[in-house]
Ligand binder design. Sequence first.
Ligand code: BV8
Ligand code: ZN
Length: 268
Amino acid sequence: MSKKKEQLSRAISLVKQIMRKHENTQLIALSGAGISKASGIPTFRGENGLWKDYNPKELATPQAFERDPELVWDWYSWRISLIKNKTPNLAHYALVTLEKAGLLECVLTQNVDSLHQRAGIENIIELHGNIFRARCEKCHKRIHLDHAPKELPICSCGKLLRPDVVWFGESLDSRLLEKSQNVLTNQCDVLLVIGTSGIVYPVASFPKIAKKNNAVILEFNIQQTPISHIADVLIQGKAEKLLPEFVNRLLPDAPSPSELKEEGVKTK
Ligand code: BV8
Ligand code: ZN
């Protein structure tokens, strides 16, 4: 049996064991840029990653925005245009199958691309904000951006708007942090860690919180990460391949990720 097959079988039998023991087994998914790679959205690190051409310090910090709002808005506008016409992939739909089956409690995502919601996920916490929103630091107004702003967006109060994302050196929304830590502590029998390099804090500490509360940690990644040493299984390979296979074998009678994707395309 190939290594991948064996890792998948181990992961499925672990979850099945828990499902036999617990009436309402609860899964949580923690996702990063790797889940959206197959949708054509570059990840942050790794080959042709978003940061490769730029230094995060130059673009994703309040200081950078202070210093050169035009450059920062150019980068976000480029990303909005890039992400806008991308669609969720089978890894996103695999999580929708789990949520519809009542197994998935919540998606905790570091992604700002709305692809989980566009696949149909209802219960989600966007830890680093959303690229299709801008906000005013003066009057706290938030506006939806359905396309890249042509020029610097100004709030009705006159202040320059900023992307509604969390930059380096900025704290995450404390209510979202609290909610995340609460579900990881009280509603997580299994944590699926999907496509994250596990180096950006405080989210990188989430698997440890789940582990401390006896959750099984299943990591879906193409390579080892700093999370792998606490994972019960690293299912090594592409999430868009392995996550749908994991879900199809775990829930053979549920609407499959490919059926959901088909449906999603039809209702567009
Ligand atoms: C904060 C903005 C309080 C939105 C981003 C200790 C504690 C607390 C903070 C820190 C700390 N140590 C350092 C810090 C500071 C910093 C930090 O963590 N730095 C790191 C780099 C060391 N953290 C912060 O500043 C956070 N704020 O804690 O406030 C504070 C304040 C000041 C000082 C101390 C504390 C704020 C962090 C949020 C930053 N904002 N984005 C945007 O523009 O998008 S981070 C950016 O990285 C994105 O949000 C992204 O989601 C995030 C994480 O990256 P990943 O999603 O993991 O993506 P990446 O490309 O890295 O990895 C992709 C993975 O997928 C890889 O593993 C790859 O192998 C895999 N993959 C690829 N293809 C596939 C695949 N897997 C499966 N299938 C595939 N097909
Ligand atoms: Zn304002």
